[in-house]
Design a protein around this ligand. Structure first.
Ligand code: GDP
Ligand code: GDP
Length: 462
């Protein structure tokens, strides 16, 4: 299975040029005059060993009036919905324009995976535009020259892991026995009930060691709620994911327990039990690490929690089987201590006690998921960040390696999900780890972002 990449962006930034380069045949028309090509076009693309479908949204004139704005928006939305991954292109020589910002807004709202490319990136004339691109809040831009074929390695490095993930997802889907719940796309199913809202379901993975209570938890949630796909609760056993509504929130829950049980049959337990957790984590927005209160923080729990953090997911630790705990107060204290000691990378992540069996604590778990998701999506304005940065530097200036003081010049949030920040500075390679940690911990505290992975990138001239 391959994936579909849509190239979007305002006219004349170089979309067709890249399309042609990827497709290798001159399928799309390229012209200096904006608006020569029309509507969407598709081609079979190749980049090193990756094969995929590429969609080009060329054919838009610069939107100067209301109707053109509308058309541009519609066409882009159409492309975004058709694609697995969007490549959003800006012209690095022109810098970020208001139209680019309109596109960025659409993508932030609508696209699952966005790769940001600053094209026409050859030469120094593009430097400023590349830096400006960070402020779009779509992550680190790739510096590209579609015309000269530069930066394609970087494009490859961003596409390749996503391609792997799509491959794994396709494998998982095709492994699925026929009795499985088909995920929500199956509208021919007579039992199919469409989601009551248009909201994209929140993707949650419940992970943890065998017997932690994952199946019980999911069944308990399903038991309380109307299952929107599939006929009855028993189906969790072999499902890859379940779409449901929990306390009014549309969710898709990845049930790794079902995958593990299937793996056992296939006698590949060891290999797949790590793999299925990984797969679930990759596609989740929020990961619930479910622990057994009797044996919390086992190696396997720590590994999966760490993996979730490294993958940049919002993480919640839920301690299950709380119903059989006698010394709840002191146990909770112990758990919190172990948590801080064993998983410092998840500092401030919520720790919730639940009983999957009785259903106690499930409302709190739901609320913790919503809060974590909110923090994970949080956006801080550039103005706020720069004011904050000034204060942080005054309180504790960065060191002066070899007598050269590191100057932190400017800061902006480059992405969300999880929050990622870029600090433009002199000597980015010399900023010590401890200073980055100081900034990350400060961000967490001052902008109320507990428990979410925070990424900090130092950029600038060395
Ligand atoms: P589209 O409207 O976004 O599809 O843009 P086109 O692909 O038609 O490109 C618009 C203009 O930009 C053409 O004149 C291209 O030759 C030029 N162009 C495309 N990529 C590059 C690049 O990497 N560097 C430079 N300098 N020009 C480019
Ligand atoms: P999974 O392997 O993580 O899916 O775990 P299961 O859901 O199959 O549960 C393993 C065992 O723990 C079963 O015997 C469950 O009945 C039991 N269990 C699960 N949740 C709870 C709970 O909250 N309290 C108690 N006392 N037992 C539980």
């Amino acid at each position: 299975m391959s994936f579909t990449l849509a190239i979007v962006g305002r006219p004349n930034v170089g979309k067709s040029t890249l399309f042609n380069r990827l497709v290798g045949k001159r399928l799309a028309l390229v012209d200096d005059q904006p608006g020569v090509t029309r509507d969407l076009r598709e081609g079979a693309a190749r980049l090193a060993d990756l094969k995929f479908t590429v969609i080009d949204t060329a054919g838009l004139e610069e939107a100067t009036d209301e109707s053109l704005q509308g058309r541009m928006r519609k066409l882009t939305e159409k492309a975004v919905d058709m694609a697995d991954i969007c490549l959003f292109m800006i012209d690095a020589r022109a810098g970020v324009t208001p139209t680019d910002q309109v596109f960025a807004e659409i993508l932030r709202k609508r696209a699952d995976h966005v790769i940001l490319a600053a094209n026409k990136g050859e030469g120094a004339a593009a430097d400023a535009g590349v830096i400006e691109a960070y402020s779009l809040g779509l992550g680190e831009p790739i510096r590209l020259s579609a015309e000269h074929g530069e930066g394609l390695n970087d494009l490859y490095s961003q596409l390749q892991p996503l391609a792997d993930a799509f491959e794994e997802r396709a494998d998982a889907a095709s492994d699925t026995p026929e009795t499985d719940v088909t995920v929500d796309e199956d509208e021919d199913d007579p039992d199919y009930v469409p989601m009551p809202t248009n909201a994209k379901p929140l993707q949650v993975a419940v992970v943890g060691r065998p017997n932690a209570g994952k199946s019980t938890l999911i069944n308990q949630i399903l038991g309380e709620e109307r299952l929107l796909t599939g006929p009855e609760a028993g189906i969790t056993r072999d499902a890859i994911s379940l779409r449901m509504e929990w306390n009014g929130t549309p969710m898709r829950i990845f049930d790794t327990a079902g995958m593990r049980k299937k793996a056992k049959v296939q006698e590949k337990l060891e290999k797949l039990s790590v793999g299925d957790g990984l797969r679930a984590v990759k596609f989740a927005e929020v990961v619930v690490v479910l622990l057994d209160a009797a044996i919390p923080f086992e190696q396997q729990d720590l590994r999966i929690a760490d993996l979730a953090e490294r993958e940049g997911r919002a993480v919640i630790v839920a301690v299950n089987k709380w119903d059989i705990e006698d010394e709840k107060q002191s146990k909770l204290k112990d758990l919190k201590e172990s948590f801080e000691r064993l998983l410092p990378q998840l500092r401030g992540a919520p720790l919730i006690t639940v009983s999957a069996k009785t259903g106690r604590g499930l409302d709190r778990l739901h609320d913790a998921i919503m809060r974590a998701y909110d923090v994970w999506n949080r956006r801080v304005t550039t103005a706020q960040l720069n004011r904050w940065l000034t204060g942080m530097v005054e309180a504790h200036p960065p060191p002066a390696p070899q007598g050269k003081r590191i100057k932190l010049r400017y800061m902006t949030q480059a992405k969300t999900r999880p929050p990622g920040f870029v600090v433009m500075c002199s000597h980015p390679d010399k900023v010590p780890e401890s200073y980055s940690r100081y900034l990350v911990n400060g961000l967490r505290l001052d902008f109320d972002m507990p428990g979410t992975p925070i990424r900090l990138y130092m950029r600038g001239q060395n």
